[in-house]
Unconditional design. Sequence first.
Length: 568
Amino acid sequence: MRRKNRTTLLSVFVSVVLFATVSLYVNRDAVSGPTIRPPTILRNLSNTVQHLNLAIREELHIRSLQVSTIRDLQPPDSILLPDWEVLVVTPEIPLSSGPGNRYYCLFQNNATSTANFAGFLPFSNLTTFKCVLPNRVRRLRPFVRPILAKSPGNWPGNESEMPGMLRWDFLAYESLSTENDVILFVKGVNNRQGVNPSPAKFRCVFGDSVTNGVKTDVFSSAQEVFRCLHPNKTALLRLFPGGEERIRVSLEIGEEQRVVPSVAYYTPDKISVAKREAKALLCACTMGYNVAKFLKEWVVYHSKIGVEKFIVYDNGSDDNLERVVEELLEEYINVETLSWPWPKTQEAGFSHCAIHARDSCEWMMYIDVDEFVFSPSWLNSSHPSSHMLRSFLPIMTPHPSSSSSSSIGQISIRCFEFGPSNQGSHPMEGVTQGYTCRRRVEQRHKSLVLLDAIDTSLLNVIHHFELKEGYRVERLSKEEGVVNHYKYQAWSEFKAKFRRRVSAYVADWRQEVNPNSKDRTPGLGYVPIEPKGWAMKFCEVNDSRLKVATQKWFGLDLPSGYKMAWQR
């Protein structure tokens, strides 16, 4: 009753203000003093009415959630992720700031947790929220999808009638389209590093109905990437005569017609978005979680030595990444972010990036935000130049033909791994200044890839892609170029990495597997406890070359003191 009265009062208030303003406009000649400008008043009134109408709708929305029965509610797709996180995927809803505009996940036993906005999916524009599965829900079976509510409340019905949560280990989670095919990303079907089944075993299914959905053949299957043909438009129109905005797409396995649960949608209208940009010679693609404090240094540095565009796949960050990106955009650096909330999918994200960026980028550099490309020959340069990275690329990259020798399609660069260098915390002047001690032997390689040379399968392992026939890999010597990988940082920073790693090919350090793997930190166990002598571990060679170069190129004497360009 109290909410009903409040809504009625809001409506009455709008009517009174509108009447008063119109009367004032009609009788404006009788008003003394400065001339009144009715258009401005009416515009302000219009804004006021819109805000009040929004408030009324939110009031009605809250009330409807509290009085609805289970049959009135359609809980959004919800996915149970590792570490008891729940990802809620829902059609786009208006978001407003302020403590009074929070959302909550309401679970089956009336337990509630805060739903934090987690971004819009890049092509379907669906809204995502993350909430933690409460402790007293974890013992229940099955896990039922939560309701996304504007306020905590009571569970409105019988949990047996509510659909269960989707599981992350078996899910079609993302899709994008090219002119010729549809690319579907699916978890839990293929063996990431083994022999994958023949594509003939699969079909793409467009539509929620398994029996009536439109199906097309899959012609490529590798890792989590499946490529299939576009559905027939006439068949789609027959199935969806209303021209639905979103058509779900999934993967059918084998003759048993088992279909993978899906939160992916068919988006053919997004094909030509990237073509609006002029094509850059060299771009950089990375994926990271809570990397805001490192991003500005990484972007500023590489933008000055030849990278024209940066594409950042945000793997579920909850830091101030958005604000840092805005600062970089204000400096006229081209940075694009895509929400990519899917855990342990770095290789799939890189495959996605190879297709997403193919019309705006010619070459793509795949490195992490704690990795910096450097050539010892640059030490003699008084300032950075866009030609520095471009000097790594071949002069000409013609498409190979049967009569020509193979062309360079990928540049492989050796990595040096740097240690904590006696740092107790993140160096405010940046990682290139703070970490100067490394291991002697290089570890792994990173790459620059010609996007047109990438194999149809999009297969990639640790920043390296399978190439089409006729293309080859060129490996740089350590004198030509290296990657400084600031991998083992101050313990407070390294500990934060202990919980979350984005690569699908690297086991979490908390798992007691692969004890002799190169990805395991020597001397580190399976719990985030600082090893003895951590501050000076991995210090076999003092290497200050990049520190010297960046001081010369980016050091600034400001009234507030000496700073690096990325500290502003």
